[in-house]
Design a protein around this ligand. Sequence first.
Ligand code: NAD
Length: 243
Amino acid sequence: MKLLEGKTVAMTGGGGGLGRCYGLAMARAGAAIAVSDINLGAAQATRDAIIQAGGRAIAVKTDVTRAQSFEELFDRAEAEFGPLDVLVNIAGIFPRVALVEMPEEQWDAVIAINLKSVFLGARAAIRRMLPRKRGVVVSAASGTGIRGQPKGSAYSASKAAIIGFTRAVSLELKDTGVRINCFGPGATDTPMWRIGKSEEDIRRLLGAGYVYQPDDFSNIVVFLASDLSAPLNGEFISRDLHR
Ligand SMILES: NC(=O)c1ccc[n+]([C@@H]2O[C@H](COP(=O)([O-])OP(=O)(O)OC[C@H]3O[C@@H](n4cnc5c(N)ncnc54)[C@H](O)[C@@H]3O)[C@@H](O)[C@H]2O)c1
């Protein structure tokens, strides 16, 4: 029996660098995946890769800043694959801007896409999961939320808040059969990580060996989505070579 056999998973940010790898890994573990992204073409590419690898997936356009988008995503996932078992919140942005130069609209966008999305997604998913007494929400936080990063004040604040949100909600979920956890995959070579870096910087950082490849954390996400992680609720699982 595969770890995620029979599970229905909805994932945001599924067209991105990490979302693609996590979707493929969860599908290999037996899950049926509703891959969502605001970039429908990118979500469809992940869907196609999963189907080509022998898995089950659909692609759905989702704007994670809108509550209605989550209802549509979960309705599609449940119509296609059955009751929602797992929500994986991956969508995020990281504009690298110094605090003194940051427009207010950019702060608001980071908080809406990185943080409010986790609230909207978790609330909608958990409302469906509680009557069934099962389900898990897994969200991409970041070690940056703990240690900070220059030109990353909004991003770091949003990721720290995901950790606090996860701990608070886990207390409300005690003994319900529904769980919530988050993770930080460490600096990983994806389009997001490359933004604002010169080719020379990228070569230097990759050469220094402290940047991970997108697939390196996939098995941890599979574990958090699976019943193997049942003892964990409210946890932040991370690795961080900056320590
Ligand atoms: N790459 C890293 O080094 C790293 C490290 C720690 C945490 N993370 C976190 O992992 C997650 C994925 O990062 P990634 O590196 O794959 O980034 P990425 O830029 O490759 O993917 C992010 C995806 O989110 C989607 N997205 C953006 N706005 C959206 C919206 N409003 N609605 C729906 N989807 C939207 C994008 O279209 C994109 O496909 C992010 O939450 C990021 O903060 C990344």
